[in-house]
Design a protein around this ligand. Structure first.
Ligand SMILES: NC(=O)C1=CN([C@@H]2O[C@H](COP(=O)(O)OP(=O)(O)OC[C@H]3O[C@@H](n4cnc5c(N)ncnc54)[C@H](OP(=O)(O)O)[C@@H]3O)[C@@H](O)[C@H]2O)C=CC1
Ligand SMILES: CC(=O)C(=O)O
Ligand SMILES: [Mg+2]
Length: 636
């Protein structure tokens, strides 16, 4: 909790009023603007030669000289509160009479919008459009609604609805959000970065080459970068002004988009090979020049580029690939959760056998990461490789598969393939299940219905609680539905899908439809990496994130066979993930905050660290807006 008492705030207020910055209003305005339970970051906002007023950053909204008083305030989504301006504020900002007379609190505004959004018959796309429009006119209210209803709205701003939006993104385009770096801009990336005014701490960048399981959507990939960053803000309290969604538009091989007269990306075939890698390099260099400490999340790059880009830049800039690493972390966390649901310890992971359908970024990221966990829990590397059966569209991958030297992904795949000497190459999933008798069936294939009733039934015969994870997104690409898994296993499955499904009851047994999605990981991982000031995200830090997630499960949830916490609890999860990541970074000597975090841990333990993480999170609340003669947001 903060130590800023109403009396202290009042005294600041009088000083600032005396300086002419702020019209005096009641202290209640301040009191109601307190982010509940979160301590404040103190920032020196008002300074001149003779006076210094210290303000808690969350106490006031600083309106900078680049936005004029008057109607501009209402047209700027950062400052606009719609009907949420108090009379004093209207007076101060020169907008008296420009909004209806009645004042509504942010809670009242949220309630009204929520009622509209949830009216019967409203489609996912209606909700997505409404949320976009809200974000374009009132950012604080948008994030508040998202935080308050994250469980219901994550499927709107994220999978599955965002997939539908990405398919038609050019036609849905209304107002710019994020930045587009196209092949036509090569040589200018560095200068372009300065067109973005704010300081940036998190960037999500995609080239739109594999958007969810929907394939190449070119510049429409922007929808994914935007959606992921909305979750950074809502899920981990990253400041909205410090996130930057980006697209690298190097063309598209999607013929439908190329033929679409309204497609807003470059209407040309994709640039590939070295020329493509050079574009990525230029982008990363430009980011580093402008914001050296920013975190870059690589998102939805096709598998041929995803791993090479990560390997090339992992030590060059603070970054991770969400599809490879974020997914691996959430799946390992889910496997630990499944062990708990079966009444076993984490070490029981060594007794599991995994069939992984899909040898792309997601599938191989998962296999590699679980392999490392098996070794960590006592298996030899060879024993651990033998626990995997990996399939691609040609079936089981074995030592007889011709893997071409130098092809992307081959180095990762080879040890798994070479360890699979017992079965013929290319046998199908049904034959693999019969021979492998797996305990866990994981899907990252993008093939809807790949887990047929026959396959799921066999998994149910082989296991009391088969682990079934159709991870492909969006829902239309899921390898099976929750209903199919519950039907085939009498509800005994431990189920987890990439996109949300409802729980299913069968014969008095309820099968929890967990959502195994990297959304449990990237917000907290990003927040922790930034707060600890690391310039590298190590495997140890990823592992710490994976181990932290199941620890957030309560006994009741475990008994119900929930393997992830509720999405409604995402902020609490992010606190735990971030703190675990930071602690690991400190242990690995990766802290870059002058020993502050190490000292905090030794003084206050992990609980103190968690309090610090929580106190660093942005919470969307209306703050009294004051006008500052400085320029640029967040600085004076
Ligand atoms: N739940 C989550 O958090 C996440 C989910 N995902 C989802 O995972 C999916 C895959 O992503 P990604 O790995 O990047 O995509 P890729 O397209 O690179 O990988 C798909 C893989 O599936 C293989 N495949 C195709 N058909 C079959 C089949 N019939 N049986 C078995 N394997 C098959 C492909 O084989 P081939 O190479 O021979 O074509 C390829 O190896 C996407 O839908 C994505 O949305 C991704 C990240 C996170
Ligand atoms: C969730 C995610 O990152 C994907 O489906 O690509
Ligand atoms: Mg992705």
């Amino acid at each position: 909790m903060s130590d800023y008492t109403p009396a202290l705030i009042d005294s600041w207020r009088s000083t600032v009023s005396a300086l002419g910055f702020l019209a005096p209003t009641s202290t209640r305005e301040y009191a109601s603007s307190r982010p509940c339970g979160f301590a404040q970051r103190e920032t020196n906002y008002f300074a001149d030669r003779t006076h210094t007023c210290r303000f808690a950053e969350n106490d006031v909204m600083i309106m900078h000289a680049d936005t004029n008083r008057g109607i501009e305030v209402l047209l700027n989504p950062i400052y606009n509160k719609g009907t949420g301006f108090s009379l004093a504020e209207k007076e101060r900002l020169g907008i008296r009479g420009l909004t209806p007379p009645r004042y509504f609190t942010i809670e009242q505004q949220c309630k009204k919008i929520w009622t509209n959004l949830t009216e019967k018959g409203k489609t996912g796309m209606f909700r997505w459009r409404s949320m976009q429009a809200l974000q374009d006119r009132n950012e604080t209210l948008f994030y508040r609604l998202l935080v308050d209803h994250i469980e219901e709205l994550a499927p709107v701003i994220y999978t599955p609805t965002v997939g539908e939006a990405c398919l038609q993104y050019s036609r849905l385009f209304r107002r710019p959000r994020g930045m587009y770096f196209s092949a036509d801009d090569v040589g200018h990336f560095n200068a372009m970065m300065y067109n973005w005014k704010n300081d940036v701490s998190v960037i999500v960048v995609t080239d739109g080459s594999r958007v969810l399981g929907l394939g190449d959507l070119g510049a429409h990939g922007m929808g994914i970068s935007v959606g992921k960053l909305d979750l950074y803000v809502a899920g981990a309290g990253i400041e909205p002004s410090s996130v930057l969604p980006c697209v690298l538009d190097v063309g598209t091989d999607n013929e439908e988009l190329l033929a679409d007269p309204y497609y807003f990306g470059l209407p040309q075939k994709r640039i590939k090979g070295d020329a493509f890698m050079n574009i990525v390099d230029e982008f990363i260099q430009a980011v580093k020049n402008r914001w050296p400490k920013a975190l870059v999340q690589f998102e939805d790059f096709s598998t041929d580029h995803a791993m090479p880009i990560l390997k090339r830049h992992r030590e060059n800039v603070l970054c991770f690939n969400d599809d490879i690493q974020g997914t691996a972390v959430v799946v390992l966390a889910g496997i630990y959760g499944a062990m708990a649901a079966m009444g076993k310890s984490s070490g029981a992971i060594t007794e599991q056998t995994f069939v992984v359908c899909g040898a792309g970024s997601a599938g191989m990221g998962i296999a590699n990461f679980i392999h490392a966990a098996l070794v960590h829990h006592g298996l030899s590397p060879q024993q651990a490789f033998e626990r995997f059966y990996i399939l691609d569209k040609h079936g089981l991958i074995t030592n007889n598969r011709e893997l071409k030297e130098g092809e992307p992904g081959v180095d990762d795949l080879r040890p798994f393939a070479e360890s699979r000497r017992d079965l013929p190459d290319g046998i199908n999933l049904r034959e693999v299940i019969e021979s492998a008798k797996p305990t866990a069936l994981l899907g990252a294939s993008t093939v809807s219905g790949l887990f047929t009733h026959e396959i799921l039934t066999r998994m149910g015969e082989l296991n009391k609680n088969p682990i079934i994870m159709p991870l492909s997104n969006p829902t239309s690409r899921a390898e099976c539905t929750a209903e199919a898994a519950a039907n085939a296993t009498e509800g005994r499955a431990i189920f987890s899908a990439g996109s949300p499904f409802d729980d299913v009851s069968r014969g008095g047994v309820t099968m929890v439809a967990n959502q195994g999605n990297n959304l449990y990981v990237f917000p907290g991982l990003g927040l922790g990496s930034i707060l600890v000031g690391s310039n590298y995200i190590s495997d140890g830090m990823l592992n710490a994130a994976a181990e932290a997630i199941p620890k957030t499960l309560h006994d009741g949830a475990i008994r119900r066979r929930a393997i992830y916490p509720r999405i409604a609890d995402i902020r609490d999860v992010s606190v735990k993930v971030a703190a675990a990541v930071m602690k690991q970074a400190v242990d690995e000597d990766r802290e870059n905050r002058g020993g502050k975090i190490a000292h905090m841990i030794s003084r206050e333990g992990i609980e103190g660290l968690e309090r610090y993480v929580r106190s660093s999170m942005y919470y969307p609340e209306y703050r009294p807006t004051v006008f500052s003669p400085g320029s640029g947001r967040g600085t004076l």
